[in-house]
Design a protein around this ligand. Structure first.
Ligand code: SF4
Length: 276
């Protein structure tokens, strides 16, 4: 059993400028999903949390009130919701701050794109339906056991796919973010094939793909995960992350594999690689 620290906090601003979109809205700091590869854990450097990543969540309790004020002054544009910490993690069922913010944005003419790993978003399809909101899920593996290890408290991929199907039936624009792939675990031919074969059936509007990046704080988490689960992979992961020649070769092979699967399942036109 995981001991989770939940704090209700007040924010001064919730609609923030973003490099990915015009704006970002994130109603939580911290994420119960606790993904091994989570890049957002760098936030701890600035927030002062002592708890391990995945064991604390700050709920920006006043975010709807602040957003109502901000949208009156902000130029209407595109908003990426849940870009940093998952806005639809289980705690959202109690607080509904992401839902309220989504509603405010739509009522004020903003175009919203959502990225989540949680089927809790199904609760909000009623307000998404009929809007131009784009709903995306991050997907990495259909292997339930591996999914539980690398994304411990997110919805299993098979359930994320079911939610995408429901959204599609409601006429909602759906997309997927594939990755980051864990070398030798979720980047296998079999795993990537099964992701693409499933995606081919659900009529996604577009797909982004990314690899594992050596972002701050991520290596420590991955290293601990490998030591506990796959110690024999540690050396090769180190090379993939930090040996430039080895990394380039690895990335190129992964890219080729992804492109071949996209072609096989007739998804080449929908795919964008965010590989750098
Ligand atoms: S769902 Fe996203 S924010 Fe949450 S732990 Fe996983 S990668 Fe991080």
């Amino acid at each position: 059993m995981i001991y989770m620290i939940i704090r209700e906090v007040e924010c001064k601003s919730i609609l923030t400028k973003s490099k990915i979109s015009n704006y970002a809205v994130n109603c939580y700091v911290g994420c119960m999903h606790s993904c091994v590869y989570c890049y957002a854990r760098y936030m701890k450097r600035f927030t002062g949390h002592n708890e391990p990543w995945g064991q604390f969540v700050d709920v920006k309790i006043n975010s709807p009130d602040i957003l109502k004020k901000q949208v009156k002054k902000a130029k209407v544009g595109e908003v990426f919701m849940s870009s940093a910490c998952d806005g639809w993690q289980q705690i959202e069922r109690k607080y509904r701050v992401s839902r309220q913010c989504l509603k405010i944005l739509l009522e004020n003419g903003f175009h919203v794109s959502i990225l989540t790993k949680s089927c809790v978003i199904e609760d909000d399809l009623d307000i998404i339906e009929g809007s131009d909101t784009e709903l995306g899920f991050t997907l990495t593996t259909f292997d339930d056991k591996l999914c539980r290890k690398i994304e411990p408290r997110a919805s299993l991929t098979k359930y994320r796919i079911e939610t995408l199907k429901i959204a599609k039936k409601k006429g909602i624009k759906i997309w997927a973010f594939l990755g980051p792939f864990m070398p030798f675990l979720s980047d296998t031919d079999e795993n990537i094939d099964s992701l693409f074969s499933n995606l081919a059936e659900i009529g996604l509007d577009y797909i982004y793909v990314d690899k594992l990046n050596p972002r701050p704080c991520v290596w420590e988490s991955i290293k601990a995960f490998l030591i506990g689960n796959y110690p024999y992979l540690l050396r090769n992961y180190g090379k993939i992350m930090y040996d430039q020649q080895y990394r380039e070769k690895y990335i190129n092979n992964l890219k080729q594999l992804i492109l071949s699967k996209a072609k096989r399942y007739d998804l080449s036109q929908k795919i964008s690689m965010v590989f750098s």
